[in-house]
Design a protein around this ligand. Structure first.
Ligand SMILES: Nc1ncnc2c1ncn2[C@@H]1O[C@H](COP(=O)(O)OP(=O)(O)OP(=O)(O)O)[C@@H](O)[C@H]1O
Ligand SMILES: [Mg+2]
Length: 251
């Protein structure tokens, strides 16, 4: 090995980790008196897909809603940062303008409107993201059904439309959770949707009742239990660890 030193170039010394693209720190949230999110912290790198998992009632939806800054639950403590912007100081519409896409909130599919009309409506206010043509290239199924009334789409197709509506806006962080009460979405449809998201390189937190499907496609997994993070690591570790799955996911 050469003993010659490389020319000295002034550089910023690396701390070993880039500042996170998204980070939430010690979030506590309440529904009225009911204390639900109890000190949740995690970071996400740009382009990463994180599966947020946990049993029924663990606090997944409440965590997504806290991040999206919707009115309830009320966040009483903690910080939430997206791309250097303090979401914790904002209302939901401001967070949405900065690029937080909460898919259930976007699922306001209007009866009597076609797939295409629903996409056009998503672009009514700035910031505008993908063009409708680009969305169709990515989701050929929606292109085929552009003139179909959106409420008659299958569960998986409605989920696809919800993601497409988020893309039609300029989304930086996608918070994706199939609408509760929707007929169970079949696994290969979920995989197609998440695969689609993965191809886009969009930073995503996905909450999905089918934990195995979500884990197969996510980079990382965060498991919540009783409003607290009990695991934060590689999705593969959860797939490999039956005890962990049994304890916190009952799968
Ligand atoms: N609007 C509300 N008012 C009071 N309590 C609520 C409200 N919404 C949710 N909760 C409670 O907060 C806790 C966490 O709920 P949350 O919906 O975040 O769970 P989850 O992990 O998404 O569960 P699931 O897998 O069943 O969707 C539950 O005990 C739930 O009953
Ligand atoms: Mg939920």
């Amino acid at each position: 090995m050469s003993t010659k030193h490389a020319p000295v170039v002034p550089t910023v010394k690396s701390t070993g980790s880039a500042p996170a693209f998204f980070s939430c720190w010690d979030i506590h949230s309440y529904y009225g008196e009911s204390y639900i999110v109890q000190g949740v912290s995690f970071d996400i790198r740009e382009g990463e897909i994180v599966a947020l998992l946990g049993r029924n009632g663990a606090g997944k939806t409440s965590t997504l809603r806290s991040i999206a800054r919707v009115d309830s639950p009320q966040v009483t403590h903690g910080e939430i940062w997206l791309d250097h912007q303090p979401l914790h100081t904002m209302k939901s519409h401001q967070a949405a303008q900065l690029g937080v896409g909460l898919v259930p909130e976007d699922r306001r599919i209007i009866a009597g409107m076609t797939v295409e009309e629903n996409l056009i409506l998503a672009q009514i206010a700035p910031p505008v993201g993908w063009t409708i043509e680009r969305i169709y290239e990515h989701f050929p199924r929606l292109a085929e059904r552009r003139n179909q009334e959106a409420t008659t789409l299958s569960g998986g197709e409605q989920q696809m439309l919800a993601v497409a509506r988020a893309l039609a806006r300029d989304v930086k962080l996608l918070l994706d959770e199939p609408y509760e009460g929707l007929a169970p979405v079949i696994v290969h449809e979920i995989e197609r949707i998440v695969d689609g998201i993965k191809e886009l390189g969009m930073t995503t937190i996905i909450v999905e009742q089918n934990a195995v499907a979500a884990l197969r496609l996510a980079d990382r997994a965060i498991i919540l239990d009783m409003g607290q993070v009990v695991f934060d690591g590689l999705a593969q570790e959860v797939l490999d660890n039956a005890e962990l799955r049994q304890q916190y996911l009952a799968i």
